[in-house]
Structure formats: C-alpha cells, structure tokens
Design a protein around this ligand. Structure first.
Ligand code: ZN
Length: 193
C-alpha cells in the first residue's frame, strides 16, 4: 500500500488515522525525504497533531500511512520541546544495554520490555532543513531508536526476547484491532474520503 496524507481523512486539529500492526506500511523500509517542501512541513504538523491527540511521546511517518523517513518526538511532559527529525540516522549507539517497558500507538495496549543501548548520537534535519546532530541518553535515546526502527519496517516487539509473552500479547492485540480498524474505517468514511 502506498500511503499519502491526502488519502486519509483528517481528524480534529489535522490529526491523521493511525496505522496498526498488520498494515503493510509498517513493514516497509521508508523512503528518504528528498526536499523539505511545504507538503513535508504539513505532514510534520499533522504528525505532531496526531501524536498529541493520541497522547504519544513519539511518532514515525509510517504510523500515519506514509513510507517517508520522518519522526516526531514529543516529550513535553519531560520538559523537552517537541522536535522532528527528517532522514534521521543513528551515527552511534553506545553505553550499557538498558531494559525498559515500551508501547506503541500502532500496537495499542501492548507494553513489553525491550533492551536497547542507553546512548546514541543521531543526525537529521529539522522542519526548516537545518542539520541537527546531538547525543541522547535514556528515555530520549529509547524513543528515537524506537521511531527510527519504524522507518526500517521494524516494531518494538521484534526486539522482545520473551517470545511466549510477546505471542500472547500480539494475539490479544489482534482481537482488539478488529474493532480499532472498524472505527478507523468509519472515521475515514465520515471524513468524506
Ligand atoms: Zn512505535
């Protein structure tokens, strides 16, 4: 499925419908953004709106049906200004492996422990095309790694080592997604698309 923002109905404040595990776009390797056009900036705005509406702390473009290399991070509850990264690249992963619980808007209700390196060095562009390059640790590093995974067709449960627990959670998710997909479909129809 080739996603595009215009193919989706827009919700309140420009929020977009979410992709859920099982949607092809979540397993695709996303395309680099060639130029940060006004359309790309509009996408970024919609991604922030979606992240806020869904009370997420991060969102990758494939999660709103777009196979583009864009992520947004909103850790404003942790006193960090929201920011986006276009074409983000992890230049370094380091530090001790840290284990913490993760969740994902595309796998609603699934929370499992994931081990990731504590520290990263990341590079990308902001919405104005300016180069950003910074080190991050702990929660911020975890969020960025989680979101960049989405750009490579990966989801956090791919990293879960307790296969039994993961399979149980994913089975329960499948049942929940039946209703969620129906609700999404209804919302998109109501949006006149
Ligand atoms: Zn996610």
């Amino acid at each position: 499925m080739k996603g595009c923002a215009e193919a989706h109905g827009r919700g309140p404040m420009g929020a977009l419908p979410l992709s859920y595990l099982g949607d092809d776009v979540l397993r695709q390797v996303a395309e680099p953004v060639k130029a940060i056009s006004s359309e790309v900036r509009k996408t970024i705005e919609s991604m922030f709106a979606t992240c806020a509406a869904e009370q997420g702390i991060g969102l990758a473009a494939p999660q709103v049906g777009l196979a583009k290399r864009i992520i947004v991070i909103d850790l404003s509850e942790h006193d960090l200004d929201p920011f986006c990264l276009v074409n983000p690249v992890l230049k370094r992963r380091s530090g001790p492996p840290m284990t913490d619980e993760e969740g994902c808007l595309s796998l609603p209700g699934v929370f499992l422990e994931v081990t990731r390196p504590r520290d990263i060095l990341v590079e990308g562009r902001d919405e104005k095309g300016r180069l950003l390059r910074f080190e991050a640790s702990d929660l911020l590093a975890r969020c960025i790694q989680h979101e960049i995974d989405h750009l490579d067709g990966k989801v956090f449960t791919d990293h879960v080592t307790d296969g039994t627990r993961r399979d149980e959670e994913l089975k329960a998710l499948d049942a929940r997604l039946v209703d969620l997909r129906a609700a999404r479909q209804a919302a998109m129809l109501a949006g006149g698309r």
